[in-house]
Design a protein around this ligand. Structure first.
Ligand code: 5GP
Ligand code: ZN
Length: 134
């Protein structure tokens, strides 16, 4: 994808700090990390998001994300958040699929969502709709 920043990183046209590479998957440090070591795991082939990424490749990315998370824990992180933003409304800003592996130490800029309450029968209705859509 010619205008994609991450495709350019894979081709070496934009510099990055690489931590992992195999035939299908690439891992490099996020330029604006939650904490040092925050890594992005991406497919070498361009897919926009989780929905477009073939299952087998997504599985390979998940395994690499876990290996990197294991390594970061060994280096002293207290926990790891693993996340993927899919769609602009979900916070995706680079439209080449990527898994964030984020080391956590306690006090940092990362914050989790505040949960809402379900209303009446809404929870069962939503679960039913999801089951039907699978
Ligand atoms: P998103 O918001 O799409 O889930 O995450 C995109 C991530 O890519 C952001 O955390 C951002 O800091 C990172 N990023 C954007 N441009 C570059 C870049 O040129 N190099 C690196 N290493 N990271 C980038
Ligand atoms: Zn791309």
């Amino acid at each position: 994808m010619p205008d994609c920043i991450f495709c350019k990183i894979i081709k070496g046209e934009i510099p990055c700090t690489k931590v992992y590479e195999d035939a299908a998957v690439f891992g490099f440090l996020d330029i604006k990390p939650v904490n040092p070591g925050h890594t992005l795991v991406i497919p070498k082939k361009h897919y926009e998001n989780i929905h477009e990424t073939p299952d087998e490749l997504l599985g390979k990315m998940a395994i690499v994300a876990k290996r990197i998370a294991d390594a970061i824990l060994k280096l002293g992180a207290k926990g790891i958040n693993i996340g993927m933003n899919n769609g602009a409304v979900a916070g995706q800003s680079v439209f080449h699929a990527h898994i964030h592996v984020m080391p956590r130490y306690g006090k940092d800029s990362f914050s989790l969502w505040v949960g809402k309450e379900y209303d009446g029968s809404e929870r069962e209705e939503v679960a039913g709709k999801i089951k039907n859509a699978l």
